[in-house]
Design a protein around this ligand. Structure first.
Ligand code: SAM
Ligand code: SF4
Length: 452
């Protein structure tokens, strides 16, 4: 009965959530989590397929695990290796062919069947595959969460994507958009808070496309769900990610102005500042639409920090298109942003286009965009110096006696203070800033009104 499990997570926060739920599914079989592969009877790689680089990492890790499995076999111990997540979904049986040491391949919508797959793999000596999109929802078959997630807890409320952006594998690996029932989400949120969560992050591939069935047969929007989760009294903070501009509704903007537990932060990927490229990407909104959304969000919540994702070098992107992206970034002023070189993904429409942008051009554009984003992030962080903001402390810092937490704007804040405990929410006076983090000291006085 006493077995050990190590789950290595790649990619997005939804994978972090799924990894915790896989551990929940395997707990009744006697699997207890450990924090390294060497000590594990079962290793799960929960993978990401979003860019080529992300998928490649999986096969090199599997090579290392094969050696570990062989070494353990010599000691008479069996190590089960499973590949889960989006690479599992996209490559399926190919993984078993390329790396025969793998015992189980399981997709993101079928991991509730892991106990059955473990038994099948044990009987057959490996080769168990399940990449179905089952009719039943995995959520109806998952046990309640067994382990506390800590002060910040992730909660998946929506899965899949129907947008089919030209470049993206998600609609193929995660399947169609589906929302969990509102009541199931509320109950899970209450359990997370009872286990110590002070902040909940509602997750979805397109979280603001949430349209969940309510308890009386009506459909709930994300705005209604946010307001209802916020009513859990011991919950201090709420966030949600990732949103699509097309699904930013009036009620969602309004809730940013009215709900004090909803943090003044929104990650809203735009990908490009050129209408021509947005059209080629099948993003279904214009650059002006995006500008108007940000304007309205800032009217509702003037201090809101807006962050984004960008892809440079989508097939057909010209220098003028790229300059339009730079202009948009300058005009909006982002608190932070992620930018990626376009990576052709097998099976997506963009991969079949002939006007691919040369790697060298992509490198040069990415460097320019990242320099601008870095400048904006540094300026945003520097503006915090001298202000007092609430910080929720999540973990220890690298230095002895140092704690690390997050500001309302999702900035990392370091505080050197031995008496500070993980899970505390305390006002901090910010004393210095870099492009990636802030440093401060506990403040006794009241925090700034805008950052309360
Ligand atoms: N659903 C979100 C949205 O609509 O923006 C994002 C989901 S995706 C997991 C996260 C980010 O990865 C995207 O916003 C995009 O910038 C990037 N991405 C997706 N496919 C990519 C590709 N083929 N090449 C480079 N970056 C990609
Ligand atoms: Fe991918 Fe587009 Fe769906 Fe986001 S909206 S997950 S980028 S297809």
């Amino acid at each position: 009965m006493n077995k050990t499990l190590f789950v290595k997570t790649y990619g997005c926060q939804m994978n972090v959530y799924d990894s915790a739920r896989m551990a929940d599914v395997l707990a009744p079989l006697g699997y207890r989590p450990v924090d390294n592969a060497d000590a594990a009877d079962m290793v799960i790689l929960n993978t990401c397929h979003i860019r080529e680089h992300a998928s490649d990492k999986v096969y090199s890790e599997l090579g290392r695990l094969r050696l570990l499995k062989e070494a353990k076999a010599k000691e008479g111990r069996r190590v089960t290796i499973a590949v889960a997540g989006c690479v599992a979904q996209a490559e399926g049986a190919e993984i078993l062919r390329r790396q025969p040491a793998v015992d189980i391949v399981v997709g993101p919508q079928s991991y509730h069947r892991l106990p059955e797959l473990v038994a099948r793999a044990a009987r057959a000596g490996g080769g168990a595959l399940d990449t179905d999109f089952p009719i039943e929802s995995k959520f109806d078959h998952l046990p309640d969460e067994s382990a506390a997630q800590g002060p910040v807890a992730f909660l998946t409320i929506q899965e899949g994507c129907d947008k089919f952006c030209s470049f993206c594998v998600v609609p193929y690996t995660r399947g169609a958009e589906a929302s969990r029932p509102a009541l199931a989400v509320l109950q899970e949120a209450e359990r997370l808070v009872a286990k110590g969560a002070k902040e909940i992050v509602l997750l979805g591939q397109n979280v603001n496309a949430y349209r969940g069935p309510g308890p009386n047969g009506e459909t709930w929007s994300l705005a209604r769900l946010l307001d209802t989760v916020a009513a859990i009294s011991r919950l201090e903070r709420l966030r949600y990610t990732t949103s699509h501009p097309k699904d930013v509704t009036d009620d969602l903007i309004a809730v940013h102005g009215a709900q004090p537990k909803l943090m003044p932060y929104l990650h809203l990927p735009v990908q490009s500042g050129s209408d021509r490229v947005l059209e080629a990407m099948n993003r279904r909104h214009s650059v002006d639409d995006y500008r108007r959304i940000v304007e309205r969000l800032r009217l509702a919540r003037p201090d809101i920090a807006v962050t984004s994702d960008f892809i440079v070098g989508h097939p057909g992107e010209t220098e003028a298109d790229f300059e339009a992206t730079m202009t948009l970034v300058k005009d909006i002023g982002f608190a932070q942003a992620y930018s990626f070189k376009y990576s052709a993904r097998p099976g997506t429409p963009a991969a079949a286009l002939t006007d691919q942008v040369p790697a060298q051009v992509m490198d040069e554009r990415l460097a320019r965009l990242q320099a601008l984003i870095l400048e904006q992030a540094s300026a945003f962080n520097r503006r915090m110096i001298g202000r007092t903001v609430d910080v929720l402390f999540e973990r220890d810092g690298h230095r002895a006696g140092q704690r690390l937490g997050k500001s309302p704007y999702l900035q990392s804040v370091h505080v050197q203070d031995d008496n500070l405990s993980i899970g505390e929410l305390r006002p901090v006076e910010i004393r210095s800033a870099s492009a990636v983090s802030l440093e401060g000291r506990l403040a006794d006085g009241a925090r700034d009104a805008a950052a309360a």
